[in-house]
Design a protein around this ligand. Structure first.
Ligand code: SF4
Length: 336
């Protein structure tokens, strides 16, 4: 399909190969892109940093884009990817990819038909098809929470899943998210990260604050029944299986509990060994480079760890959602 994209289009969809080609054609050495002592360098760094901060704050994206300065927007996207790669935090990369996908779909919703088609095709999706291969569908829909996306609720025939026209944007969103996330982290030379230190620290501080606001102080009374049962079992001196330790440790780490406090939880386990426990907790918490997230309810059920379910469990698919909702409710009661 022959479509001419202008600079504003590239600013709207900076993940396209044409946008990357445009950046290369500008022939700007990486070193001058990160120079905060020039007006242009400062602008790009700030555009990139602000973009990342919006991503961390679940900003909407499209409405915050300044299309009068498309060059800055395109380079700002590149800068955001540089900074997030220097940070090396998986959940930040996830958030950036989600933000960028949301931003692109926001623009797509009001786009001319030829551009919509072009973007879909560039992403390997057929905008006219009313079905797609099962493998492709699973790859795209696996990140969508609503039950209607589950394969069991879809019309599947001869290895193909039917897809309605109005569902295409959600799948495009997932495709963009996957493409952007798959490209991260970039291999950024250490010297570049060093020069961006101040801005990296700013983003990191916003992220920390956001995590604290999201989960706040730890409130054990809001723990879901499965996690309470695991803690009770450990406290009673019962040996719990590895899957249980993993789920509990990842849960406690994600809600912001410090490593030493997590280790403390295990001190009453019959086979407690401080250095072994510390190693395991640090490993699950990301010391080895991979930060693990706690499994969802479906996985916990298969492990036999979903116990003492209550009414609140009926509306969640993840123990973290249970915790967040319950904590919010408890907080609301205290405030009234
Ligand atoms: S439904 Fe989820 S949150 Fe509730 S007990 Fe089971 S695993 Fe835990």
């Amino acid at each position: 399909m022959n479509v001419r994209l202008d600079k504003k289009d590239l600013a709207r969809y900076p993940f396209l190969k044409e946008a990357q080609g445009f950046v290369l054609s500008m022939d700007i050495p990486l070193d001058s892109l990160i120079r905060a002592d020039t007006a242009a360098g400062q602008r790009i760094i700030h555009t990139g940093t602000d973009r990342l901060i919006r991503a961390l704050s679940f900003g909407k994206g499209g409405g915050e884009t300044d299309l009068d300065t498309p060059d800055d927007e395109i380079l700002g996207y590149a800068m955001a990817r540089l900074i997030v790669s220097c940070l090396g935090d998986r959940s930040m990369m996830d958030r950036l990819a989600r933000y960028e996908a949301g931003r692109a779909v926001w623009f797509l919703e009001t786009e001319e038909d030829d551009i919509r088609r072009y973007i879909a095709e560039s992403l390997g999706l057929d905008p006219d098809a009313d079905d797609m291969e099962v493998v492709r569908y699973i790859e795209l829909a696996s990140g969508l929470r609503d039950d209607r996306w589950r394969l069991i609720n879809r019309d599947v025939r001869k290895g193909r899943v039917s897809v309605r026209t109005e569902e295409l944007d959600a799948l495009i969103h997932e495709r963009i998210r996957g493409v952007i996330r798959g490209q991260l982290p970039l291999q950024v030379p250490g010297g570049i990260c060093l020069k961006l230190r101040e801005h990296i620290d700013r983003v990191s501080a916003v992220f920390q604050q956001q995590m604290l606001e999201e989960f706040g102080d730890i409130d054990e009374s809001a723990f879901p029944p499965c996690m309470q049962a695991l803690i009770a079992a450990i406290t009673a001196g019962t040996n719990i299986p590895h899957t249980g330790r993993f789920a509990l440790t990842a849960f406690l780490h994600t809600i912001g509990m410090e490593t030493t406090r997590i280790v403390e939880v295990y001190t009453r386990a019959p086979d407690f060994d401080v250095s072994k426990t510390l190693y395991q907790v640090e490993h699950i918490s990301g010391r080895g480079g991979t930060e693990y997230t706690p499994p969802g309810c479906a996985t916990l059920r298969t492990y036999g760890l979903c116990v003492n379910r209550n009414a609140d469990c009926e509306t969640v698919q993840h123990p973290l959602t249970y915790y967040k909702r319950r904590k919010k409710r408890e907080q609301g009661k205290k405030d009234n």
